[in-house]
Design a protein around this ligand. Sequence first.
Ligand SMILES: Cc1cc2nc3c(=O)[nH]c(=O)nc-3n(C[C@H](O)[C@H](O)[C@H](O)COP(=O)(O)OP(=O)(O)OC[C@H]3O[C@@H](n4cnc5c(N)ncnc54)[C@H](O)[C@@H]3O)c2cc1C
Length: 475
Amino acid sequence: MHYIFIGNGIISLSTAFRLLENLSSSSKITIIGAKERVGSATLAAAAMLNSFCEVDEDTFSNKYNKLRFEMSIKATDLWPAFIKKYSQLKDIQKTKHPNPILDGGLGTYLINNTSADSYDDENYNLIIKALKKYDQPYQPVEPQDIPGYYPNQKDRTNHAIFIRNEGWINPNSTINSLEQYLGNDGRVDFVNENVKFLNQRNNKLDHLTLVSGKKISGDKFLLASGSNVTDLLRDSKIDITIPRIFYGVGVSVLISNPKEYLSNCIRTPNRGLACGIYASPFMSRDSTNKVVAGATNLISPRPIFKPRIVEVQSLLENVKNQINLKMYNSELEKINIGWRPTSADTYPLIGPTSVEGLYIASGTKRDGFHQAPLLSKILSSMLSGEKVDKKYKWFHPERNHIRTLTREQAIKKSVKHLMSASYQHGFSPGLYTTENKLRNKYKDDLEKLHDDVGAINWGIPTDMLEMYRYNQIKY
Ligand SMILES: Cc1cc2nc3c(=O)[nH]c(=O)nc-3n(C[C@H](O)[C@H](O)[C@H](O)COP(=O)(O)OP(=O)(O)OC[C@H]3O[C@@H](n4cnc5c(N)ncnc54)[C@H](O)[C@@H]3O)c2cc1C
């Protein structure tokens, strides 16, 4: 059996890693993708390995979100063995860091500051509730005792907790180690070039055409090229309909010499339209003191290659003011821009398609890195024709859009997110009436958008408001 993987991000590499576990000696895996990895979501990630810090009002509100949360918890459990195997253990001893995770660590400080609005408080309290429900270790901490935390006085937090089992890891190290592991296996080869077209013959995926014009045939193909999955299928005229995958453009920054040593990840809860503010130690074997901070979020129908000034400016301001004021004269080592693969209904796409031989893995949005040890298991089982929990079929690629919110719920939620986003970007009403006017304005606008789209008994996902507004989603 010849497996061809299109894409060289965390989803593709981790699935190849899993598939090798039971691959016959006569089978092989070819991983295709240019080494530059333009727009790689994986390399722009912090990468936080969070389940509980991501909890919000929707986490337990329907069966799809509950499944996603369950998957996230399972992924957390799988990470230690995953690292141990792909890093071939001996590497762990080489790392200078005392943490049990190679080039990463465990333990996250969650802060509840007043830099945005009360949506933060809601999520902070829901996170604590979930930690209690799942009997997860956490403890309140004095904010001034958090290593590396020295915010602007106006942005300081009065509450913080330390969550022991939420971690982070250097995505570059992970990708390098996985590539090394796979490269050492004679059954795996890499093609340092992108795919231009997928070539379908009758109802079967027959071969691929690379940018150079070279053709590659195989038996089973995994399309894991991140955000451009829809574009690639459309350009190739592949005869299937999936929820469109958008480019969830995210900017993060690598800061060197942060002045104070950050021992752990420090982050806020999720905020309106984004994931809040975080700063994680950026660990590597040769690294001096560095921090990766993020992140912005802009859903786009097309790739955006360069970060916009507003994104970098607000990110740096927020990190300096909300995490450590002394970073004002740290060095900006790198600006990352990556595309979170974000589906039109915001749920992942995993599994086989009606085109024989074609499997899709995308739409992981903002937790695909963390979920990789589990998603890779599910995908390798699917590719091998083994049984998987039938719940995972809810996320099959050719589904109708998953719609979980009523119109009223969606509008209420989106107003909350838009207000939070306004506060994140400096909205300061002065008068209660001004705030109320803005809230009503958002509500009226959302009612109109739902009318225009014909969303009478369903609600538009908050992430997708602009994509519906500009007719980027067929409904
Ligand atoms: C700023 C930011 C912060 C994030 N933070 C976190 C976090 O803290 N924790 C977390 O779990 N997740 C995080 N995420 C989300 C996470 O990064 C993604 O869910 C995950 O990395 C998606 O992996 P992927 O392999 O599907 O996509 P990608 O990493 O984008 O990989 C796709 C690969 O396919 C290649 N490719 C594209 N086109 C072709 C082609 N035509 N032929 C061949 N190859 C092609 C690309 O170059 C790329 O290398 C973050 C994302 C961003 C952008």
